[in-house]
Design a protein around this ligand. Sequence first.
Ligand code: GCU
Length: 338
Amino acid sequence: LKKLLALVCCAALTCLAVTGCAGNQEKRTIRIGHNQSTNHPTHIALTAFQDYISGKLGDKYVVEVYPSELLGSQTDMVQLTQTGAIDFCVASNAILETFSKNYEIFNLPYLFASPEAYHHVMDDPEVTGPIYESTKKAGFTAVTWLDAGTRNFYTIDRPIESPADLRGLKIRVQQSPTNIEMMKMLGGSATPMGFGDVYTALQSGIIDGAENNEMALTDNGHGDVCKYYSYDMHQMVPDILIGNNAFMESLSDEDRAVFEEGFKLVNQVEREEWIKAVANAKDRAQNEQNVNFIYPDQKPFVEACLPLHDTVLKNNPTLQPIYDAIQMYNAEYPAETN
Ligand code: GCU
């Protein structure tokens, strides 16, 4: 049904693109899709972008933001962005690796020593540039990143204290070969699926758990089913705002400059909102959903999946200089020790 809806949406959007813009004959409608709720920092940031463009270029453009997988899963939305049926979407870095192998780098477990190192890396255009531009031939380019926190395992009824506890458990992962490999190395059984299908899969027992940031517990209701959330801190996977190349190349220099400011605003607003949203999610998960937060020794998790760094670098040596630059940030912003 979801596929059919996405198809109908896509046909309607293509139709709108051809016939002009509904009710706004002289204005260009810009469509942005994402898979989060309207409470989520991603949506708040895109709404700020919508307001910004309306304030600066409202005579020429109308921005429409489609939340909650209304336009399909992230993979569907990336495809719509590739063809220009929509102009922008937010996709997890994880699924972008199927469009360009360069994205594998930010999917590596335990890549960043600390959130500070992660933020500095993502803010450095020399590091992100070769990755953001690597999908040019595929029809889209990344324009900014959004913080999606740290990913951790959570399960219905088995607390994860060490990788051994994952054995025999079916854990949902994102549709990314690197994530599937990581899960194998940690001993669990990787079950890839789109984000929107996870709640039902947990509720019906098709999977035993998943891995994500704290917001998935509250905003997506996973904490209603999963009562153990374990801070193994295996990944910091950014979300990426991508734009259709043909649309961006069609902008005049002046308009492009306004859009660039708008992209910066998306990043800034999302990061400010993210800090508040995660604190709030943790509080609600603990006090309203009775989720138990566990703080395991991370060392055995790190040791189990660290060899993945070498495998990825061996298969794609062009990533080595980027990896080395990340290590410099890690040295500058090491993990906090208690
Ligand atoms: C996070 C992330 C999303 C992603 C989701 C997932 O919520 O922000 O971009 O789709 O995880 O696990 O699929």
